[in-house]
Structure formats: structure tokens, C-alpha cells
Design a protein around this ligand. Sequence first.
Ligand SMILES: Nc1nc2c(ncn2[C@@H]2O[C@H](COP(=O)(O)OP(=O)(O)OP(=O)(O)O)[C@@H](O)[C@H]2O)c(=O)[nH]1
Ligand SMILES: [Mg+2]
Length: 309
Amino acid sequence: MTASAIVSGDVRAAARLMRDLDDRRPEALATLKELFPHTGKAYLVGVTGNPGAGKSTVVDALIAHYRAAGEKVGVVCVDPTSPFTGGAILGDRIRMQRHALDPGVFIRSLATRGHLGGLSRSTFDVVYVLDAMGFDRVLIETVGVGQDEVDVMKAAHTTAVVTVPGLGDDIQAIKSGLLEVADVLVVNKADREGADRTERDLMHMLDLRATGERKEIEIVRTIATRGNGIPELATAIEAHRTRAWTGPAAISRALARTSAHLSELVRGILADRVERTLSTRGGLTEIAQSVVDKREDPWSVAEHLASTL
Ligand SMILES: Nc1nc2c(ncn2[C@@H]2O[C@H](COP(=O)(O)OP(=O)(O)OP(=O)(O)O)[C@@H](O)[C@H]2O)c(=O)[nH]1
Ligand SMILES: [Mg+2]
């Protein structure tokens, strides 16, 4: 019942399912399985990059762009929950506030806290729900720091990496891991000085990195606050879509993307098992004592624990 409600676009049923998936309820997983045949139509666009680069503003402008084109747009924001501030969670949603009442837009935030290691699994879950609901386009925003956040981008069909002028003389601020996932590069805040230089540096970096076949990566300048460059960004995304997701290339990409998801799922199941096994044994501290006391060696203990999973 829940599944059919979600397929028909019931927002409250979907929100409830997403919450239940977060809580890892078995019946939520059963619903997700039922939804699977209804998925595979949404086009997923990842938006990542340096903190404060304007990712949410870019996402907000892209929502407006796709809505104007008649598409229904789902958004997943992975909010960084800083251990220092406890998380400035609402920043992303505030930037997209103007779309909050649009029934053609659904915005879901995921906090990184509580998703240790399973962030991309949770993101995939939410994306599948949005896909089943009939959203044509799903935008995924993450801050490009940390492997977890970069891994999340494996869920996307096309990933835009957002940077800004003036991050330094060279573009070291763009971590090579980020560049690795980039299909389109965005120089946002092009109203600031140094956009030319940043674009040149990025181009240089792409050339240096190119081995054999140069990966085609377009660089687009935007002033997201004014919507400047957003149509060009959307065009660059569609160009990548055509290059990457049509023809024979699409098959190997689909396999790579699904493999990443499966690997995430298997790891998740094993991690849960480890959690459960350890807690039934009074936690690791108890077990660690025997190693501290030199009664047992750590390798044998680990092997034994793993064999009881
Ligand atoms: N001058 C200028 N400011 C911009 C532009 N785009 C975004 N900003 C501003 O940059 C600030 C950060 O924007 P966000 O969209 O929240 O950036 P973000 O990358 O999502 O930030 P986090 O999610 O916190 O990492 C805001 O004050 C925006 O108004 C732009 O093109 N030009
Ligand atoms: Mg943001």
C-alpha cells in the first residue's frame, strides 16, 4: 500500500518511508524493494565542491531552471554536521526556500551524523524513493570534503564540482579526489575578481592530469545568485549526459554505478552484523581487556569475532 502511494507521488508517505529507512526498519526495506521496478527514470545530478562555494545557490538556480522546463525536481542535501558547531544544518534549505511550497519540488536533508560510513547507502535509498515518486531530475548536494561525501557522488549520473575564484595561487583547494568525480567544472562567484585565472588554472590542471584520452570536462562560469550561467551549466550537464549515458559507454557506466551501490549495501549489512555481534559481547572494551592483559593476541581475537558474525 505504501509503495503504491509513493509511486502516485504521495509526499507524506514518501517522507515517512525516508524516515523509516533512516531508522533501518525492516518493513521500510521491504517497501523499497517493491519500489525498485518503478525506478530508473530519474536523471541524477551531483553538485559538490568547496565549503561555501555556492553549491546550494547553484542547486536553487538549477531547480528553477528545470522547473521552468516542466521537470519535477527532487533534491537531496547532505548536510555537514560539524563536530564543532553541531552542524549548521539549515543553510542548504534556506537557500532553496522559495521552492518549498512548489509541489513539483521535494527537498530532503540528510545529516552526516549517524550515517558513519553509510552515507552513500542512505543517499541511494532516498534517491530511489524520489525516482519512484516520478521526479524527473534529482539533485544531490554534498560538501566535497571527506571520502564519504565524495563517494556519495557515485550515485549521480553527472557530477558538477563547484569552485570559486581566489582560492589561492593554484587550485590545490580543489582536492584531486574531487576532480576525479567531476564531469563538469563550475567557476561560481564569477562576479569576483580572478575568474579568468581560476578557469586557466583548472584547464591547466585538467591537461596535466590527462593521460591518454583526455576526459572531456567542460568549465562553466556562473553567478548563481543572479542565475547567470545556469542555462549554460544545464547545457553542459546535458552534453555530458549524451556523451556518457547513451550508446555503449552507458552500459559500463551503469555496471560501475550499480557495483558501487552493491558494494555499499554488502558493507552495510556486514557493518550491522559487526555492530550486533560486538554489542552482544558487551562491546569491544570488554574484549580488549584480554589483549591489554596479554592473555590473547589481537589477531586471533579479531579472527574469532569475525567467524561468529
Ligand atoms: N558574490 C557571489 N556570492 C555568491 C554566489 N553564489 C553564492 N554566493 C553566496 O555565497 C554564500 C554561500 O552560498 P551557499 O550556496 O550556501 O554555498 P554552499 O557551497 O552551499 O555552502 P555549504 O553548503 O555551507 O558548503 C552565500 O552567501 C551566497 O549568497 C555568486 O555567484 N556570487
Ligand atoms: Mg550548501
